[in-house]
Design a protein around this ligand. Structure first.
Ligand code: ADP
Ligand code: MG
Length: 245
């Protein structure tokens, strides 16, 4: 309660200084799992940012989205919240399978970002039992990846494109598990393409189920991001631009 008051006061102060990144909506009134809301509170998150509110409502309608928002506006939770809802829904409707499906795949440009995203996901999953996040990045041994994937729960994967493509091209067990994919997320899409990951992303997307929800996040939307968005997203997707909100 103390934490909440303090955080809300901080936010009010920022808003007073003309920083309109927050919406008026609280996490406990946006229709997500109460266990996630509890974890958000523990992390000091009470009010949604605008990009979080906009993305969540589009996602809950089942639509794809291209999301443009500045750095520091809370894009990570904006995709992790719908990702977690997707896992909860998929897990409650799917039967036990010999090779358990990976429901959400998050692609990002660097190892450092991948571990940050996984850490935030783990924080939000604090009160959910049996839901696991694994990272797949370059620099670790392929065999070590595979052991970890087999022995630990992994409904969400955060990966850099190169390493994920290794798995897909080697037809590892992971490529079978990805057949159950429900949601694909590209974070920092502009940066992904700057680093030359376009081909890798295209090859990965080619191997994923067509029936999925996809979200693409970027601080800027240059031509290349537009192009990859046409490949990744359904034609009828929402465009969320927080400048225009
Ligand atoms: P972006 O990816 O848009 O640059 P991040 O997701 O990294 O932004 O979030 C920026 C910072 O704001 C992080 O420190 C994060 O913990 C914090 N944050 C995000 N959403 C909220 C929220 N709703 N309430 C409080 N802090 C938040
Ligand atoms: Mg980010």
């Amino acid at each position: 309660q103390e934490l909440e008051k303090k955080k809300l006061a901080e936010i009010e102060k920022k808003m007073g200084e003309g920083e309109p990144i927050y919406s008026k909506k609280r996490f406990d009134e946006c229709g997500i799992s109460p266990w996630t809301v509890k974890a958000l509170s523990a992390a000091g998150y009470f009010l949604m940012t605008r990009v979080q509110e906009a993305t969540l409502s589009v996602c809950l309608e089942g639509k794809d989205a291209l999301v443009k928002a500045k750095t520091g506006t809370g894009k990570t939770a904006a995709f992790l919240l719908p990702a977690i809802e997707t896992v909860l829904k998929a897990a409650s409707t799917s039967t036990v399978q010999r090779v358990p499906p990976v429901f959400v795949l998050i692609l990002c440009p660097t190892r450092e970002l991948a571990s940050q995203l996984a850490a935030e996901a783990n924080a939000l999953l604090k009160y959910h039992n049996g839901i696991g996040v694994q990272t797949l990045v370059g620099g670790t041994r392929f065999k070590v990846d595979q052991k970890r994937l087999e022995s630990e729960p992994c409904q969400i994967i955060v990966a850099t494109p190169g390493r994920l493509l290794d798995h897909v091209e080697n037809k590892s067990t992971l490529s079978v598990r990805l057949m159950g994919l429900k949601m694909l997320i590209l974070d920092e899409a502009d940066h992904l393409l700057d680093l030359g990951f376009r081909k890798d992303v295209e090859k990965i997307v080619d191997c994923l189920p067509r029936q999925r929800q996809s979200l693409l996040f970027s601080a800027t939307i240059p031509k290349e991001v537009r192009r990859i968005s046409q490949l990744v997203l359904k034609r009828e997707h929402a465009f969320i631009d927080t400048v225009g909100l």
